[in-house]
Each structure stands twice: as C-alpha cells, then as structure tokens.
Design a protein around this ligand. Structure first.
Ligand code: FE2
Length: 602
C-alpha cells in the first residue's frame, strides 16, 4: 500500500502482485477539497477493494521523507531568520505533532506493524510516471512545487527500475513560481493554477520580459534561479511580497473581485514562461538521456497546455503523463517503487496500453446500492436496459439537455473521465455559458473539455495520439475553425468566449485550443458507446465532459453525492448506473444548511 498525506491531496493506493487494485483521494470521501489529513477513508476503501485487512499488507510505503522535508523547513527558517518567524510559527507545531513523528501515527492509524518504507518525493512522482506508462524504457521528468528539497528532477526508467539523474532544488521552483502568480491574480494556490492556465488565452504576454529580467534567471538547460527578493513563500504567509506588487503595478487581486485585462496579461505571461521552461527542460532531458519516450508527473505536469507544446515542439516521439500527476499520485508511485525496485519484481509492458485501467481505480456502486439510496430519498427513477439507456441519453444530449453521468469506478486524479462527469452537446453555442453559470457556478471564462472517440480525434483536433487523461491541449482542426470578424476581435475578455469559433464551440477555447480526452472502448465501454450513439444521431463523435461537482467541491464519489449535486444545480437528467432520473420528476429538495456559503459560491 502506498500513502501520500499531510501536504496536499492525500491518497492511498493498493497493489496486488504489482497490479493496481485500487487508488483514491481522501477528499472524495471527506468532501473537503484537497484534504491533506491522514487518508483513513481512502485506506479503508483500498483494503475493502482488495478484500484484505492491514495484516495482509506486505509493505506500506510513504510518498516522501518527512525528516528531509523537516530539515528543509528548519534550514529555511534558520537561514533567513528572523524574517522567517511567522511561517515557522504556523508550520512548526503541525510538523512537530503530525509530520515528524509520522511513523508512529501512520502505524496507529493503519493498525499496521509490518515493514514501512519511505521514498523521496520526486522518486514517488517519477515512479508514478514511468512504471504504469506504456513504455519499456523512457526518460522521466517531474516538476512540482517542492518535495523535500527537489522542485524538479529528471532521469531514466528502464524495465523495472528507474534512476533520477539531476534535480533542481528549493527555493528555485517552477511550481511555486506559477503558484505565486496564481496567488497574485487572486486565485487559490494549489487549485487555482488551472484557472490561471484557462485565463491565459485572453491576455497578452506583456510581462514576460519583466519576469525574465527581474524574477527568473533562466539557463539554456531549463534550470533557473528565482530572485527571492520578490517572493514571500520562504518567510511569510503569502506567496508574493510588496516588491512583487510594485514590480507588477499594484496589490494582488482580491479573490472573487472582477477580473481585469491585467490579470489576463499576467496569466498569459506566466503561462508563456512556464511553457518555455518546460520545453527547455524537455530538450535537456532528451539530450542527456537519448530516449525517444518521455514520462511526466508532478503538479506542473497537469499544465496540459505546456504538455501539448512539449509533444508538438519538443524532441520526444511520445509522451505519457500520469493522470494523478499531483501529490495524490505519489501514493501509487511509492507502492510501485516498492514492488519493482525493493522487491525486484519484473514489469509487464503492454504495447500501446498503460497500467492505469483508464484511471478508473476508485469506488463503484451496485444497482442494488444505488436503488436503495434513491428509495431512501423518495427519488423518481427508472431502470433502463443498457442500449436503450445509451440511446435515450444521446437523444437528450442532442436536445441540449445537460446530463450527470455516474457510471462504474471513480477516477483517480483531478480529472473526470467519464465515470463522474457532467455531459453536454459541444455543438451548442449556449452550452458553455449555461454549464459554467447554471451548473458549475464558476467563472464564465473557463472552457470545457471534449471527450472524443479515439479514432475520430484526428478529424477534429491537431492531435494524432492517445490523450486518455485530458492532459494534452491541441488546436481544433483548422477547417473547423470559424475566424473571428474584426468586430468580434474587438470584444473584451469573456465576451469573446460567446463568439462561435468552430462547429464544436462549447469545447473550443478563445485561442481555438481544446483540452482533449480520447476515449477507447477497452477502458470505458459504456462511455465509448454513449459517444458512438451521439455520433450516430448527430454525426458528431464529441461530448462536453466536465467534472461532476460544483465549484469548491471535490468530484462526487457516491450516488448520494451525485444526487445532491444534481438537485442543487440545473442538471436536467442524471444517470446513476442503469438508472435514469428526470429533474422535473423529482420531489422537492430539502437543503440542510447554507450550502452556497459552504462552498463559497457567488
Ligand atoms: Fe509533489
């Protein structure tokens, strides 16, 4: 069993004979986004899924080395004291209580007294990137905020082992640099980075020169030094300081306040810098390893725009990205590291197929369990035979209905991939605004992602490879793009989003890009056949796929989570396994507590 905990996004993963049996993030069970506490629910779920108790575990692995991390925090504090006092005061007691005396706590929480092993943070990321990949050998690049000391690392994976060759060290961190801009543009660090990436296409890269002149001393090989005079994450409680604000002409945006062109330009600028650094790193990794394949992990590997550029412009023939690229994936990584490196067990590579089972590694619910819950709520539902259900859902989608789609095992990692998704018609010019504002209760500027049948991807997008985890961004095919008129070009910011820019406008971002999920029948037959049915009906093999949750909430896990989200939003229909629910037929929803405040909705 691998465990990742106490930093952000705790998770557990269990392997049997090297095969991933189950993996899940704690947030899905506790309903606290990015829950960093000991993942006791995820652990219990993994044990149940494997049909075992803690006594059956051969090893438990932890995804980083707490003492090394503590050493960094201590040295950082001592190195820059007395300015460091505020943060040390905040982080210190937590470390003392939970993090330093981790092993005893882990053992107690698990009820486990067997062998316990620790991997380094970037080793865990690297293992999660390489071992489940479809490559017998590959270069590995991991980039994140920080682990113990490393903020980026690269190496080589061959057969059943891997070796990290070089590391970039704290406080020079691409993840933290990006997070500094996330904070400064008024979004939440660790989860708002996605919003910055989505905002970038509205802006001009006006600040790139300033970033390179003042903040980032970049070298040809992609390594860099950050000018700490502008950051506050070493010493304070915020990411950026007064000097940073003076450099960019004002204080950070107040969260939730109106977005202006300035935030859009800042987002574009940091995105350009991030892509530039990632590309340089990729070229260095290629030069130093001579490999054709690249595996990526670490939080920055969730930057699918940068990934798309590495694929198109970088030196590697193929790339594979761990879907749980953030710290949750470390649980999977350390477990595989123990199996392959420590136990010296061989690795089976299936050509063209990875070992993630489509990332469908979480809980699933039987029709009996779902029916029992629906019965307890007095919900109106109908059981529909599979082919008929797929046909009816496809028809509803073609009528611009929005459908909550809950089917099979929950996804591991931050993206919904057709097990806990909200679906819509990508051809509809109204769908994007409707889904953002009435269903997700989120910022209107954010684009939605398409799920496309793998074999039709090349007809719609400039992408000719697998992208099963929605981690590659590529342009919509030129012939599908509708050029903007002069008048449309003059529209400001979000108004541009409502301009129809292709024949699949709901998934076409304002720069004509799309964040693509390719769907194959072998990993998710129901979802694949649903899209096929939609294609048969409309000619279009694409659906809008957004995660099944509202803003501020983790993706739904259980039928109860899904029904609650369905009833709180303007989702028209809900599919729960074999059951179909029509919103207009449901009894009135009784809300307990002020959930809008709970999730800090507008
Ligand atoms: Fe990490």
């Amino acid at each position: 069993m691998g465990i990742s905990a106490f930093y952000h996004d705790s998770a557990a993963c269990v392997l049997r004979d090297g095969e991933i049996v189950a993996a899940a993030q704690e947030e899905r069970f506790t309903r606290t986004k990015g829950d960093a506490s000991f993942p006791k629910h995820a652990v219990q779920y993994c044990l149940n899924a494997a049909g075992i108790t803690p006594a059956h575990l051969a090893y438990v692995g932890f995804y980083d080395k707490p003492l090394l991390k503590f050493e960094r925090i201590l040295e950082t504090y001592l190195g820059v004291a007395p300015r460091a006092f505020p943060q040390f005061r905040l982080a210190g007691p937590v470390w003392m209580k939970e993090k330093l005396f981790l092993e005893g706590e882990l053992r107690r929480a698990l009820g486990y007294d067997g062998a316990m092993l620790y991997a380094e943070h970037h080793e865990s990321h690297a293992a999660s990137a390489f071992f489940p990949s479809p490559f017998p050998e590959a270069a590995i690049l991991t980039v994140d905020g920080v682990g113990e000391w490393a903020t980026a690392a690269f190496g080589v994976g061959r057969s059943n082992d891997l070796e990290l060759l070089k590391e970039l060290h704290w406080p020079d961190s691409l993840g933290l640099l990006y997070s500094a801009f996330t904070y400064y543009t008024g979004f939440k660090v660790n989860s708002g980075e996605y919003k910055v990436m989505g905002l970038a296409p509205y802006g001009d890269p006006k600040f790139v020169d300033v970033i390179y002149r003042e903040l980032v001393d970049i070298r040809e090989d992609g390594s860099f030094t950050l000018n700490q005079e502008y950051f506050d994450y070493l010493t304070g409680l915020t990411m950026t300081n007064g000097a940073f604000a003076r450099l960019f002409g004002g204080p950070p945006r107040v969260p939730e306040s109106q977005l202006t062109q300035r935030e859009m330009d800042l987002a574009k600028s940091i995105q350009v810098v991030c892509e530039d650094i990632m590309l340089r790193m990729a070229r260095t990794v290629h030069r130093e390893t001579g490999m054709e394949n690249l595996c990526l992990a670490g939080g920055v590997a969730l930057n699918c725009v940068a990934n798309g550029r590495i694929l198109r412009e970088g030196p590697f023939k193929r790339i594979w990205i761990q879907p749980a690229a953030g710290d949750a994936g470390g649980a999977l990584g350390v477990a595989q590291l123990i199996w392959h490196r420590y136990c010296k067990q061989p690795r089976t590579v299936r050509p063209g197929q990875d070992g993630m089972h489509g990332a469908y590694l979480g809980p699933e619910f039987s029709p009996q369990e779902i029916a029992a819950y629906l019965g307890s709520q007095g919900a109106a539902y109908e059981r529909v035979e599979r082919d008929c259900l797929l046909r009816r859902v496809a028809e509803l989608l073609a009528q611009e209905k929005v459908v909550g789609w809950f089917d099979g095992r929950m996804e591991f990692g931050p993206r919904a991939l057709g097990a806990r998704s909200i679906l819509g018609d990508p051809r509809s010019p109204r769908m994007q605004a409707q889904m953002n504002l009435k269903i997700k209760f989120r910022e209107g500027f954010r684009p939605f992602a398409p799920s496309v049948l793998r074999e039709r991807a090349g007809d719609y997008f400039e992408l000719d490879c697998d992208s099963p985890y929605m981690l590659l961004v590529a342009p919509v095919k030129q012939e599908r793009q509708i050029p903007m008129t002069e008048a449309q070009r003059r529209l400001w910011g979000i108004d541009q989003l409502n301009v129809v820019r292709s024949d699949i406008p709901a998934v076409t971002h304002i720069d004509y890009s799309a964040r693509i999920q390719t769907v194959t029948r072998d990993t998710n037959p129901n979802y694949y056949d649903l899209i096929r049915e939609f294609e048969r009906l409309t000619g279009c093999p694409v659906l809008v796929n957004t995660s099944f949750n509202v803003r501020g909430e983790p993706i739904v896990c259980t039928p109860a989570d899904a029904y609650r989200c369905f009833m709180r939003t303007h989702i028209d229909y809900l599919v729960l396994g074999p059951f179909l629910l029509d919103k207009t037929q449901q009894p009135e929803w009784q809300e307990s507590g002020d959930w809008r405040r709970e999730f800090q909705l507008d």
